[in-house]
Design a protein. Structure first.
Length: 329
C-alpha cells in the first residue's frame, strides 16, 4: 500500500485499486479500437454507433481520445465524407489483427466452458429461407438455445463487412478474394412448365422451338437473366424475355403454376409440384451443370463457434434435400 500527502489530505492506494484502474484503461482502449474498426468498415460514425449499440457522441469522443493518445489523425472527415488517413490505414490493419487474435483466444476459452451463444446475422434469398431454413430452425434453436438468428432476406448481394453480416448464402462461382466460401450444396437449373400450359401450347423439343413459347423470366438488379444451356459441350444462352418477368423466385413459381408460360429456374423451387405432376420438366438434354451453393464469410476473420455451428446446420439441410445436395443428380 502507498500513500500520498498533500494539503493535509492523505490518499492511500493499494495494489488492488491500481490494478482496477489499469484494467479500466485497457478496456477503454479496446473499446476505442473496436469503435475505430467499425467506423472504418461501415464508413459512418452513426452506423458504427448503431452497430455497437452506443450513442454517436460516444463514438466521436472515443475516437478523438484515441487520436489524441496516438498523436496523429486517423480519420479525415467533413460534413459529407469520411476517409482513412495513411496512419489510420496502418492502425486499422494492425488493430484488426489484434482484435481477431483476442476474439479467437476468448472464443477458444469460452468453447471449452460453455455452449455457443450470441447473435448470428445471415443473409439469404427469400425462397431458400422460407422453404428450407425456417422449417428446421427450431431444431437448431433446441440444440443451441443461447444462439439467436437474424435473417436479412434479400435477393441482392449484401456486403458482409459493410452491413455487419456473419454469413451469406451465395449461389454460383465466386470471384471476390475478400470472401471465404464453403460449398454446402448445389443448385440445379431446370426448364419446366405446367402440365396445363404444355397441353394447350405443345412441348418444345429444341431450343429453337423454345424461343417461340411464352417465357417467364427472372430479373436481377434490373437485368433480365438469360437462360443457360449446354449443347454439344458448348454453352448456349436463350433470351429470357417473354410473357412475364419478376425479381422474386417465388413469383416465378406462382407464374408457372398459373400456366403463364415456361420457366428456367432452380429445381428446388418446384420439388412438390414436380412430384405431383402439376409441372413437367422439359429439355433436360440441354440442362447446364449445377451451380454451387456457398456459405460465405469475410476473409481474415476468426469464425465464432456459433457461426460455424450455423453453417454446419445449413450444410446438413442441403445434404438431406435431393435437389440441394452436392453432386447428386
Amino acid at each position: 500500500m502507498s500513500a500520498w500527502r498533500g494539503g493535509g489530505l492523505v490518499i492511500q492506494l493499494d495494489r488492488h485499486s491500481i490494478g482496477i484502474k489499469s484494467e479500466i484503461k485497457v478496456m477503454d482502449k479496446l473499446d476505442a479500437m473496436r469503435m475505430f474498426v467499425r467506423v472504418v468498415e461501415s464508413g459512418s460514425f452513426s452506423q458504427a454507433a448503431r452497430d455497437l449499440n452506443v450513442s454517436q457522441p460516444t463514438v466521436s469522443k472515443q475516437l478523438a481520445a484515441l487520436e489524441a493518445r496516438l498523436g496523429t489523425q486517423l480519420l479525415a472527415r467533413n460534413s459529407r465524407a469520411l476517409a482513412v488517413t495513411p496512419a489510420g490505414q496502418d492502425y486499422y490493419e494492425a488493430t484488426v489483427r489484434i482484435l481477431q487474435d483476442l476474439d479467437f483466444v476468448e472464443e477458444r476459452v469460452l468453447e471449452r466452458q460453455s455452449a455457443p451463444s450470441g447473435l448470428v446475422r445471415v443473409t439469404l434469398s427469400p425462397g431458400f429461407g422460407r422453404m428450407f431454413v425456417i422449417p428446421r430452425l427450431l431444431d437448431f434453436r433446441n440444440r443451441f438455445p443461447d444462439v439467436a438468428i437474424e435473417m436479412e432476406v434479400s435477393g441482392r448481394h449484401v456486403d458482409l463487412i459493410e452491413e455487419g453480416m456473419d454469413v451469406a448464402i451465395r449461389i454460383g462461382r465466386l470471384s471476390d478474394s475478400a470472401l471465404v466460401a464453403r460449398r454446402i450444396g448445389d443448385m440445379r437449373m431446370i426448364t419446366l412448365a405446367s402440365a396445363g400450359y404444355l397441353a394447350q401450347h405443345g412441348t418444345p423439343q429444341t431450343l429453337d422451338e423454345l424461343r417461340n413459347h411464352q417465357r417467364i423470366s427472372y430479373v436481377y438488379q434490373g437485368d433480365i437473366i438469360g437462360w443457360g444451356f449446354h449443347v454439344d459441350g458448348r454453352q448456349v444462352t436463350v433470351d429470357g424475355g417473354g410473357a412475364f418477368r419478376t425479381n422474386d423466385a417465388e413469383h416465378v413459381r406462382g407464374a408457372v403454376l398459373a400456366g403463364l408460360g415456361i420457366a428456367h429456374h432452380a429445381s428446388w423451387l418446384f420439388t412438390d409440384a414436380l412430384a405431383s405432376g402439376e409441372v413437367v420438366r422439359i429439355l433436360d438434354q440441354y440442362a447446364p451443370p449445377p451451380f454451387p451453393i456457398n456459405a460465405v464469410t469475410a476473409a481474415g476473420r476468426r469464425m465464432p463457434s456459433r457461426v460455424r455451428q450455423f453453417i454446419d446446420f445449413l450444410a446438413a439441410i442441403c445434404a438431406e434435400e435431393p435437389e440441394l445436395k452436392v453432386g447428386d443428380g
